[in-house]
Write a protein that binds this ligand. Structure first.
Ligand code: HEC
Ligand code: HEC
Length: 241
């Protein structure tokens, strides 16, 4: 990684950390759904520590209203090229929402819908939605791993994918169980079609990411390697399979 890239990465991380931890304008955060916002007087009857759960409920409601139609009510997507969000990490999610809002993640036609949504988000929204995403239980992906909505398992391709993951040290960042963590996304149980388009985007450079880690990790892999990787990752869950 060049020094310039390292500096850029550091700046991004600092900026994202600021959004993630800044006290922000929680109280003023616009609520697109009128029923989700409570009059300020309501908070007076609630002791101070209860403020965070209320925000959490607001964003869970907003997720249901604004995101679930595409990403699934439990975060398990049934739509082509739309990623599942269940079990995804808050810091990863906020990073991606930030990239969408900034117009920096726009690598295939379906990106436009997500970018358009993110454009209107405040920093408080980025944080609130990311925390709501992190609370969607990863178990919702287990059904996907059993063959739905991903195509049924092809034993030979699954095995090739497993070997590619081992040979290219994907687990050194994404974890032995492919569950990710922090700024690194969960891969196990993600939709196969989405995994493939994401990797193609990184490989071609169309998806830049906030770090060049992925662009580098996939260099040298062939088109059919990416297909086998996607097939394995969609089904290779935290059970060591
Ligand atoms: C019209 C369908 C649609 C709606 C509604 C929608 N999304 Fe998305 N979302 C997408 C698509 C498609 C992608 C993948 C885009 C890409 O790969 O460039 C995506 C990607 C994401 C990602 C990145 C996931 C990853 O694994 O990288 C996050 C986070 C996200 N959406 C959050 C949200 C939130 C929060 C909402 C509600 C405010 C929302 N989305 C509403 C279609 C939608
Ligand atoms: C050096 C650490 C590192 C290694 C090694 C690595 N990754 Fe990643 N991966 C990341 C990070 C960080 C992201 C988030 C990138 C971003 O948006 O900036 C990511 C994102 C992804 C995504 C997109 C997920 C989504 O929800 O959009 C896929 C798919 C992926 N990696 C697959 C792989 C595969 C397959 C390998 C091995 C060939 C691999 N990664 C190796 C760090 C790594």
């Amino acid at each position: 990684m060049s020094l310039r890239r390292r500096v850029k990465l550091w700046q991004w991380t600092a900026l994202l950390s600021f959004i993630a931890i800044a006290p922000g304008a929680w109280a003023e955060a616009p609520a697109p759904k009128a029923q989700a916002s409570k009059p300020p007087a309501a908070s007076k009857t609630t002791p101070q520590p209860a403020a965070a759960p209320k925000t959490a409920i607001d964003y869970a409601e907003r997720y249901a209203a604004n995101c679930a139609a595409c990403h699934g009510s439990e975060g398990r997507s049934e739509l082509p090229l739309v990623p599942s969000l269940a079990g995804q990490h808050s810091f990863y999610a906020i990073t991606q929402l930030f990239l969408f809002r900034d117009g920096r993640r726009n690598d295939h036609p379906a990106s436009a819908a997500m970018s358009a949504l993110a454009k209107g988000m405040s920093d408080a929204d980025l944080r609130g939605y990311s925390d709501a995403i992190a609370r969607l239980p990863a178990e919702a992906l287990a059904t996907a791993a059993q063959g739905q909505p991903s195509p049924p398992r092809d034993a030979a391709r699954f095995e090739r994918g497993r070997q590619l993951v081992a040979g290219h040290r994907c687990s050194s960042c994404h974890g032995a169980d492919l569950a990710g963590g922090g700024q690194v996304p969960r891969l196990g149980g993600q939709r196969e079609d989405y995994l493939l388009i994401a990797m193609k985007g990184f490989q071609s450079g169309a998806r830049l990411g906030y770090t060049p880690a992925m662009n580098e990790a996939l260099s040298g892999l062939k088109a059919e390697d990416l297909e086998d990787l996607a097939h394995y990752l969609a089904q290779g869950l935290s059970n060591g399979q």
